[in-house]
Design a protein around this ligand. Structure first.
Ligand code: S3P
Length: 434
């Protein structure tokens, strides 16, 4: 529990380097583990979710160590894992669970696995069904949920699969099985989802062809350890972008943010809302990087539709907060995926922001945010709860910056899933203690 005050009248100022990208950190461990030779990872994200993946690989016999600011993974090759002594604990991490269901779908032993309460309610059929078509075998609770078992299996068969939902986790699970399968595996995406798996497979020496939404992989003989530089996570930076835009008199610089084209939806949507967001590109051999500079400015409501969702899926809670401060209505549609994130994010965004005066209507696949509502605590103080969801916790903290009255954050520990130092960085920008 932590009490937050409003931002000072002088606004938020300063330079922040948000931690490494969560999606890329998970994948660096995964590719490092199945490669031969050493992988060195710079700017690795030390957060609860990614540490979960690290622990899982250690239980599978992979040597992973911290060398100064870097992580070193000594690869085991595609067939070098040892049977874990315990059931695999996936914690809160959907990315660990879904990607590892693909990666570990051809092992000579059963692996029971389980997760926390939130993860145990998230659908895994979207991964288990396509992987089963490749001959992977799972026992899941009600065919769909944790706890379950990734079953022993010695043969995977390639397939062609048209994605029913835009999901990088589903796509990645299939590709990670595909590189171990006989024949060709083809994934067809109607809307592009984040492509870090494809890029990293290529970086580790794998062969993959991507052509207009059609992604093709073959069985890979060997991948080779690499040096991976993890960019700062745009999904974490998004909280400060919005904080800078909606807190009067602010100017914030976010350093070395990953601006992979499949991830920059939040910038594009804020620009459509009238924001001027400066990007100063930084030369990079890997994923695209830029410094991002935001200043407070007025915004207007927009229509956010299904095509906009995949590249901004994790940023919709903080975009909803921005929309409460925009002039006019913002309509979010085609975003039913929000209902199966760490929480039902349509419900939790509305539950928390309406406590402080936001005017939001719920839709089955999104929300209608009537903008221009000053945020305030009706009387006394108010508790804004994360519901155990890191991105809801951070949205609440940013909302507190512009809320009149005493806001108390609860469940703030959840922020550690992707951004353990979030509140400390916020304090730096406020230049006063909270
Ligand atoms: C992720 C993909 C997205 C995203 C999640 C990370 C990944 O999930 O929401 O935070 O690293 O592949 P979906 O695949 O369910 O859209």
């Amino acid at each position: 529990m932590i009490k937050l005050t409003k931002a000072p009248k002088s606004g938020l100022h300063g330079e922040i380097t948000v931690p490494g990208d969560k999606s890329i950190s998970h994948r660096a461990l995964m590719f490092g583990a199945i490669a031969t030779g050493d992988t060195i990872v710079d700017n690795f994200l030390m957060s609860d979710d990614v540490m979960r993946t690290m622990t899982l690989f250690r239980e599978l016999g992979v040597n992973i160590s911290q060398v100064g600011p870097q992580i070193k993974v000594i690869g085991k090759g595609l067939a070098g894992f040892t049977k874990p002594k315990h059931a695999l604990n996936m914690g809160n991490s959907g990315t660990s669970t879904r990607l590892l269901m693909g990666l570990l779908s051809k092992q000579p032993f059963d692996m029971p696995f389980f997760g926390d309460e939130s993860l145990s309610n998230r659908p895994l059929g979207r991964v288990a069904k396509p992987l089963s078509l490749m001959n992977a075998k799972f026992d899941l609770t009600a065919d769909e949920f944790l706890p379950g078992t990734i079953k022993e299996n010695n043969r995977l068969q390639g397939m062609t699969y048209e994605m029913p939902v835009a999901s990088a986790q589903v796509k990645s699970a299939i590709l990670l099985a595909g590189i171990q399968a006989e024949g060709e595996t083809v994934v067809i995406e109607k809307m592009p989802s984040r492509d870090h798996t494809e890029r990293m497979l290529r970086q580790f020496g794998g062969t993959i062809v991507t052509d207009n939404g059609v992604i093709t992989v073959q069985q890979q003989r060997q991948l080779h350890g690499q040096h991976v530089l993890v960019p700062s996570d745009i999904s974490s930076a998004a909280f400060f972008m919005v904080a800078g835009l909606i807190t009067p008199n602010s100017e914030i610089t976010l350093k070395k943010v990953g601006v992979n084209p499949t991830r920059v939806g939040v910038i594009k949507l804020l620009e459509r809302m009238g924001a001027n967001i400066m990007q100063e590109p930084i030369p990079s051999d890997g994923e695209a990087l830029a410094d991002i500079i935001v200043k407070s400015q007025s915004l207007h409501g927009i229509n956010i539709t299904a095509d906009d969702i995949p590249s901004a899926v994790d940023e919709l809670p903080i975009l909803a907060l921005a929309a409460t401060q925009a002039q006019g209505d913002t309509v979010i549609s085609g975003a039913a995926e929000l209902r199966v994130k760490e929480t039902d994010r349509i419900a939790t965004v509305i539950s928390e922001l309406t406590k402080i005066g936001a005017d939001i209507e719920e839709k089955q696949d999104g929300m209608i945010i009537h903008g221009g509502t000053p945020l305030h605590v009706p009387q006394g103080s108010i508790l804004l709860d994360s519901h155990g969801d890191h991105r809801i916790g951070m949205m609440n903290a940013v909302a507190a910056l512009i809320t009149e009255g005493d806001v108390i954050l609860t469940g703030e520990d959840a922020m550690g899933v992707s951004y353990p130092g979030f509140l400390a960085d916020l304090v730096l920008l406020m230049r006063e203690k909270i």
